[in-house]
Ligand binder design. Sequence first.
Ligand SMILES: [Ca+2]
Length: 112
Amino acid sequence: MTCGANNTGIGGGFASPNYPGNYYPSLACEWFVENLRGNRIFVTFFGIQTQDLKDFVTVRDGFDADSPVLNQYSGTLAEFNVTTSGSKLRITFTSDDAVEDIGFSLTWKAID
Ligand SMILES: [Ca+2]
């Protein structure tokens, strides 16, 4: 199942499919976030819960599939923040074919 969205502007939010219910198996989601004024992007993850070492949230510092990985997350994490170095962000969420959890929810905003 594909999912995800393009996000532009000064702020917003999104979550894994079906949040706060469990996400679905075999996901390949891609969210793109861009601040068109060129400001950096500050992201707040309200925790992450995925099947450890099977289902991953990957945050890239740019739009490309090979943009530098800021971090890759799996398992259970408490709330935390991530800040980009530029004005573009790509977040990928992938799940394998069994065992789901609630996934993640986040907000983002442009910062000076
Ligand atoms: Ca899984």
